[in-house]
Each structure stands twice: as structure tokens, then as C-alpha cells.
Write a protein that binds this ligand. Structure first.
Ligand code: NAD
Ligand code: G6P
Ligand code: MN
Length: 441
């Protein structure tokens, strides 16, 4: 079997150890010859790099492992780049969440004003990284998790339409684990139909390989419990605030009981509830810094101190499963069915061709082939059109350096009550993002 060379960009990410562990767990299905980590923060990179070097020497000494801050070294001779960078790190995530809350608007990593601010920071770094990848390894595929994936995907469509970049999200994968558990199945036994945008979609069918439809049974469960399950089946979305989100799916379902909602719809359908349940002085960024980041980096320090990874296992979640499965689908032309963010081009029959949508695709060596999802109802179509226009305006604002368009984007977001509030938030975000955003005029 061919062996592959992979670089993980955002090598200092809290998700990197999980992906490395998942790669090690899948060497028989996806063999590796080289694994590299790349980050632009040397100190953060070295902490995880040193620990993972020990893990790799113990578990897979034949694989050439290295970590670097040098793009040429990182991107030379690679087949896949798994990207999950966070421009501005948690320090800026905290501002994205807290600034809107000061104005009574929800503060979230990828939705509403916070997501827009993060998008304006991510686009430049992502495009630069795609160019580096293509310069040093022209045939390499980038499998990108870097958020906000909807805005990043639209920026790729406009600015790098021919690049081999696939934008992905682990939320449907994580939720499908819960759905499978509800009906006592395994995720790989199920085939789904789904339509929407990233962090903005609905399942319309959940069938097993024999064609039996489970959506009505799942709906009855979700109407009572949301996606809360008795047993924890997704190691990733487990904090109390996530449990609240899983539970809230019950109220999302009530708005249209025909389809199973993506949990992120809570920010668009119940923004008032989200604001009421937020603490403007302690947001999700603070939880992650005290939680996942601390856990991952403390474990890395322990491994380095002990000089061995024995007794210290990094966790692998839905996030890691999906990206490894996707790489394998491309590498071995498996034609596996998975949800990806792709240009619509008729996949959703009554939605704009040039919208980046999240839909099931068959994935092989030539990339994704989206599966037709037919026509969608007016309610969802109208919500999606409003949101996709926000995303398009952000990318236009970035490219043109347009204050006007960014103000329009914020005004159009369903999470913002008026043009006045949108302008106040925008002015604060411009101040906070100096050095990250292009100059707006
Ligand atoms: P993190 O801050 O722990 O990791 C991000 C890393 O990227 C940091 O080490 C940082 O130094 C590095 N970085 C920033 N800019 C860079 C650049 N230009 N080049 C190279 N490295 C750079 O964040 P995290 O919580 O682990 O999340 C990482 C990313 O993955 C975020 O964008 C997050 O939103 C995203 N994510 C996406 C999904 C999804 O469903 N698409 C799921 C989980 C996480
Ligand atoms: C889900 C989403 C990601 C998002 C993450 C945030 O996995 O799909 O896009 O980045 O949640 O999780 P966190 O634990 O960092 O709040
Ligand atoms: Mn996501």
C-alpha cells in the first residue's frame, strides 16, 4: 500500500494530538511515511511537538516525524495538509465573544458578529497558506477545519477557485454519533440526506444500508431530549455548555418537526435565549482555556517530563475521525459518503448556484461529487439566503476593504437587531482587530 506524507497546519492546536493518535490508530487503512506539524507560534508548537515526538518514537518509529515554523520545510513533499489554524488564537476568540455581548448581541466563535470578525481575520492567513502549499507541493490536498468554515469556504471559492481545498465541519459527525446511539446503530451503518450551510443545516433522512428510514423514531426522541444521550458517545462536545446546546435541539426541532436540526441553529432561532444564558465576563473561550487547552497542554508537559507517553493517552474525537476518513477516501478512491462544504451548482435545486452549501458528497480521488438534495422548503431557503448573503458580504468587504459592506453584513445577520447596533459593534470590532483585518474605508 502507498504511504503518505501529511502536514498538520495549526500544529499547536488543541486538536493536533487527537488527530495524531487517530492517524496512528489507522495506519493499516491510511499508511504514513512522514508526519509534520506546522505552526507560526514556535513556543506553542514546541510544547505539543516535543510530546508528540516521544509518542511517535514509541508507537511508530518508522514514520519520519518533525515540527517546524518554516513554511518551506512544512509544505515540501506533502500529500495532505490537515489545516486547523486560529488566527489571533483564544485571545481574539474571547474578544469576538465578549464585544457583541456588550451590545446585547450573542457572542459566538462562528455565528453572528463574532464569526464575522473571525472570518475577517482568517481569510488572509488561509489564502497565504494555500499559496504556500501549492508552491511547495502542487498536488497536495488541503482538508480544512479552520473556522469560520463557511466564510473561509466562500473566500476559497472566490479567491482560489481551482485549489485543492476541502472545507469541513465535525458538528454533523459528532451529532450523527448521538443519532446512531439513539437508534442503537453505528454511524458507519447510516446514510443521511442533509442540506444547509455550514453550522446551518437539517437532516431530511437517516437510513440504514437496507433502506430503512429512522428519522421518525429519532424525531420522537429529539422532541423529548434533544440530542442528549444516556451514554456519552462523542468525547468532544461534552462540557456543560455543550450539553445545554444538545438539549436545546428539542426547541429547534419544534420550529420544523419534519427535519433534524444542526445544533448551531440555536444561535439564529433563539438568539435571545443565548444572550440571556451568557455571562459577558466568562464566555466559551474562557471555558476552553481552562478546559481543553489546559488538559491537552498539561498532558503534553507530563509526557515531556516523564520522557514517555506510557499512562498518558491523548483523546481522539469526531474531529479526528472525520479528517482521517476523508484523507483515506481521497487517497484510496473509496467513494465514501460524507458531508462537505461545496459550491451548490444545483445540488439544492432551488438555491443559488454560487452558494457554498453543506451537503452529502461521494468522495474519491478526484474530490467530492455532491449528491442532489432536491428542492427545499421556503422557510429554510429564506433563512439560508439571508445567512449566505452575510457570508458573501464579509468576503466582499475583505477583498474591497469596504466598511459599508461589512456594516451591511452585520446588519443582515439574523443575530443583530438593527443597523445602529450593527455599526456600534463594527466600530468596536475594528478597534479590537487592528493588525488582523485589512484597513476598511
Ligand atoms: P488553537 O488556538 O488551540 O489552535 C490553533 C493553532 O493555530 C495555534 O497553535 C496557532 O498558533 C496556530 N496558528 C494561527 N495562525 C496560524 C497561521 N497563520 N499559520 C500556522 N499556524 C497558525 O485552536 P483550536 O481550538 O484547537 O482550534 C483550531 C481551529 O480549528 C480553529 O479555527 C477552530 O475554529 C477550528 N475547528 C473547526 C472545526 C470545524 O468543525 N470546522 C471543529 C473544531 C475546531
Ligand atoms: C464544533 C464545531 C466547530 C467549532 C467547535 C467549537 O465542533 O463544528 O466548528 O469550532 O465546535 O468547540 P469549542 O469546544 O472550542 O467551543
Ligand atoms: Mn464546525
Amino acid at each position: 500500500m502507498k504511504k503518505f506524507s501529511v502536514v498538520i497546519a495549526g500544529g499547536g492546536s488543541t486538536y493536533t494530538p487527537g488527530i495524531v493518535m487517530m492517524l496512528l490508530d489507522n495506519l493499516d487503512r491510511f499508511p504514513l511515511r512522514t508526519l509534520k506539524l506546522y505552526d507560526n507560534d514556535g513556543e506553542r508548537q514546541a510544547m505539543l511537538g516535543d510530546a508528540l515526538d516521544i509518542v511517535m518514537r514509541e508507537k511508530a518509529p518508522d514514520i519520519e516525524f518533525s515540527f517546524t515554523t518554516d513554511p518551506e520545510e512544512a509544505f515540501t513533499d506533502v500529500d495532505f495538509c490537515f489545516a486547523h489554524i486560529r488566527t489571533g488564537k483564544y485571545e481574539m476568540r474571547e474578544k469576538d465573544e465578549k464585544i457583541p455581548l456588550k451590545h446585547g448581541v450573542l457572542g459566538q466563535e462562528t455565528c453572528g458578529p463574532g464569526g464575522i470578525a473571525y472570518g475577517m481575520r482568517s481569510i488572509g492567513d488561509m489564502i497565504e497558506m494555500i499559496d504556500l502549499m501549492e508552491k511547495y507541493s502542487p498536488d497536495c490536498w488541503m482538508l480544512n477545519y479552520s473556522n469560520p468554515a463557511a466564510i473561509v469556504a466562500e473566500a476559497c471559492r472566490v479567491l482560489r477557485p481551482n485549489s485543492k481545498v476541502l472545507n469541513i465541519c465535525d458538528m454533523p459527525v459528532g451529532t450523527l454519533r448521538r443519532i446512531s446511539h439513539i437508534i442503537d446503530k453505528e454511524p458507519q451503518d447510516l446514510e443521511v440526506r442533509y442540506f444547509g450551510l455550514n453550522h446551518f443545516g437539517w437532516w431530511t433522512s437517516i437510513k440504514d444500508k437496507e433502506g430503512n428510514e429512522y428519522l421518525p423514531a429519532i424525531r420522537d426522541y429529539v422532541a423529548e431530549n434533544g440530542y442528549l444521550t444516556q451514554k456519552e458517545v462523542d468525547t468532544q462536545h461534552t462540557d456543560a455548555s455543550w450539553q445545554d446546546t444538545h438539549k436545546k435541539a428539542k426547541d429547534l426541532l419544534a420550529v420544523d418537526p419534519r427535519f433534524l436540526p444542526n445544533t448551531y441553529l440555536k444561535y439564529y432561532l433563539y438568539p435571545d435565549y443565548v444572550v440571556e444564558h451568557s455571562n459577558p465576563d466568562h464566555t466559551r473561550a474562557n471555558e476552553v482555556i481552562a478546559g481543553r487547552e489546559k488538559t491537552v497542554f498539561s498532558m503534553a508537559k507530563t509526557i515531556i517530563k516523564n520522557g514517555t507517553s506510557e499512562g498518558c493517552e491523548f483523546e481522539m474525537g469526531a474531529h479526528a475521525t472525520f479528517v482521517v476518513d476523508l484523507a483515506r477516501a481521497i487517497a484510496f478512491n473509496t467513494h465514501e459518503r460524507m458531508l462537505l462544504i461545496v459550491e451548490n451548482n444545483g445540488t439544492i435545486a432551488n438555491f443559488d448556484d454560487d452558494a457554498m452549501v453543506e451537503v452529502p458528497c461521494i468522495v474519491g480521488s478526484n474530490g467530492p461529487e455532491p449528491l442532489s438534495q432536491g428542492k427545499i422548503p421556503e422557510f429554510q431557503r429564506a433563512l439560508m439566503y439571508q445567512q449566505v448573503t452575510v457570508e458573501k458580504l464579509v468576503v466582499e468587504a475583505y477583498i474591497e476593504g469596504s466598511y459599508q459592506k461589512l456594516w451591511q453584513a452585520l446588519t443582515l445577520s439574523k443575530t443583530v437587531p438593527s443597523a445602529k447596533v450593527a455599526k456600534e459593534i463594527l466600530d468596536d470590532l475594528i478597534e479590537a482587530n487592528k493588525g488582523y483585518w485589512p484597513e476598511l474605508h
